[in-house]
Design a protein around this ligand. Structure first.
Ligand SMILES: Nc1ncnc2c1ncn2[C@@H]1O[C@H](COP(=O)(O)OP(=O)(O)OP(=O)(O)O)[C@@H](O)[C@H]1O
Length: 485
């Protein structure tokens, strides 16, 4: 009997404490709403439920680890101060993850949720292994409810292939023809800005859809994050996960955006594993190789590097010319070869800018009905050309390259031919061709009066080595970036 009464007292006391806390909490909520605004309050704070008070500490619960971390970072101190102002005995606020009790309405203030302590929200079980190609044919679809639409211009037919991108192109083709082939899942495409990563991803998507039977979802990593946050806010994370895990091919662009976004990385990691385990294809792009994406969790970097990693190098003059020729031909406007050469020499940064310059020229020609000439080009594009005036000198290039390979600067001009000095010299010639507007004979003169054919040989040799040896290619790329900034 006594025990029963004690139990009753304890329950009554706990209930009384809950009601008192609920009154304080509703006042605090009003203050918070006034301080942060209705929208922010509803997004982040409404889902807080009040837990017990022990000594000078009150526990508040949030439904997910993501929300808990966010609220702790953004509002932790403020919550502490408001509770202390309301109940002076409370000096500390502890934020914990807990799912609300099944019956309680979201945000119900007297709900006593089931704490999950430090464990993250439970992930849905990975789907059972499924065949690579869906057995019962269904309509090919791009999951536009879930992802971004594909750009119709970005196909394999409109992608111009040259040395810097031929490997990435071949890998992309292979994935489009046989998704989830061993060794090609995930396909990780990386390279500098505006070099065609997105174009290749869309081309894969378009090709797969043409073949039917698959569902494809493409989205930027940024969109992935916002979709994920949106799902948390609307308490529909399970639907979000299910949607993502139901596609045959998932493509995530610009993965570097997830650096520092730990919760989204976690989510992506689980999605990634569930899809790959189920035999679905993943394609990812980023500005660096998996090993260089410091800031991504190690386990994610390791998995990203497990399939095929393909680099898109900076464009060569030849590739720039081919791209310009193809785009000019498609426009129907006659652009003289010397104008194309001029542009390919001047605008070396990336294909997006090159394309932008050509489009401006073409629009100008169409609007005013005047032929495209070199003079008109200089006039119409004067701002772009000014911004692209190369400031790098051959002397700077020689110095940086010599430092990088630890050779003497004088070996750039000397007659010595050993590989240890010849290779850096060839790299410097290659970079001089890439980063300055000097001709082969001019470059030759700067390298101890060498003949222009020696320079041409050096440039070709470096291009060949870059195609064969990724480590060497990365070295050269690094030098190039250092010189350009
Ligand atoms: N080899 C190519 N052939 C034809 N067009 C190309 C090629 N490479 C890039 N482009 C064009 O250049 C533009 C920029 O390419 P894209 O958006 O694919 O670059 P990205 O590498 O994804 O850049 P970012 O890192 O900024 O996302 C697009 O219009 C694309 O069609």
């Amino acid at each position: 009997m006594t025990g029963g009464l004690e139990g009753y007292d304890a329950v009554a006391e706990a209930n009384a404490q809950k009601s008192v806390l609920a009154i304080h909490w509703s006042r605090i909520c009003e203050r918070l709403k006034a301080e942060v605004g209705e929208v922010e309050y509803r997004t982040w704070l409404r889902q807080i439920t009040v837990g017990p008070v022990e000594e000078d500490e009150i526990t508040l619960y949030l439904p997910t680890r993501f929300l808990r971390d966010w609220v702790r970072g953004q509002y932790g101190d403020r919550l502490g101060a408001l509770w202390h102002a309301e109940v002076p005995a409370i000096r500390r606020v502890e934020l914990q993850v807990a799912r609300p009790a099944a019956q309680s309405a979201p945000g119900a203030q007297d709900a006593t949720p089931a704490p999950e302590s430090a464990t993250p929200p439970v992930e849905p079980a990975a789907p059972a292994a499924a065949p690579v190609v869906v057995e019962s044919p269904r309509q090919a679809e791009v999951r536009s409810d879930l992802a971004a639409p594909l750009e119709p211009r970005f196909t394999f037919d409109t992608f111009i292939v040259g040395k810097p991108n031929e490997f990435a192109y071949a890998c992309a083709r292979r994935v489009a023809e046989r998704p989830s082939s061993p060794g090609f899942n995930p396909l990780f495409l990386y390279g500098g800005v505006g070099l065609g990563k997105t174009h290749l991803m869309h081309a894969i998507g378009a090709e797969l859809l043409r073949g039917g039977k698959v569902s494809v979802a493409y989205m930027s990593a940024e969109k992935f994050m916002y979709r994920f946050i949106g799902a948390i806010r609307s308490q529909s994370t399970l639907e979000f996960k299910d949607q993502l895990r139901s596609v045959d091919v998932l493509m995530i662009d610009d993965l570097q955006f997830l650096i520092g976004k730990d919760n989204t990385q976690d989510e992506f990691f689980h999605t990634f594993n569930a899809l790959v385990d189920a035999g679905r294809q993943i394609v990812v792009s980023a500005d660096k190789s998996p090993s260089d994406l410091s800031g991504l969790e190690d386990r994610l970097r390791t998995r990203l590097g497990c399939g095929m990693v393909a680099d898109i190098h900076a464009t060569t003059f030849e590739l720039r010319i081919s791209i310009l020729e193809a785009k000019a031909a498609a426009s129907g406007v006659v652009v003289p070869a010397k104008v194309l050469e001029f542009l390919a020499h001047k605008i070396t940064s990336n294909v997006r800018e090159l394309e932008g310059a050509l489009n401006r020229l073409i629009a100008h020609a169409n609007l005013f009905g005047r032929p495209v000439t070199l003079e008109a080009t200089q006039d119409v594009l004067h701002d772009i050309l000014k911004a692209h005036d190369r400031r790098v000198t051959i002397e700077e290039i020689q110095r940086k390259v010599a430092e990088h390979w630890n050779t003497r600067l004088t070996d750039m001009f000397s007659a010595r031919r050993g590989r240890a000095v010849a290779r850096p010299r060839q790299v410097a010639m290659y970079l001089a061709k890439q980063l300055t507007s000097r001709s082969y004979p001019e470059i030759g003169r700067k390298f101890g009066n060498r003949d222009h054919t020696t320079v041409m040989y050096g440039v070709t040799k470096v291009e060949q080595l870059m195609a064969q040896d990724p480590a060497f290619a990365e070295d050269v790329e690094l030098l190039r970036r250092m010189l350009e900034t």
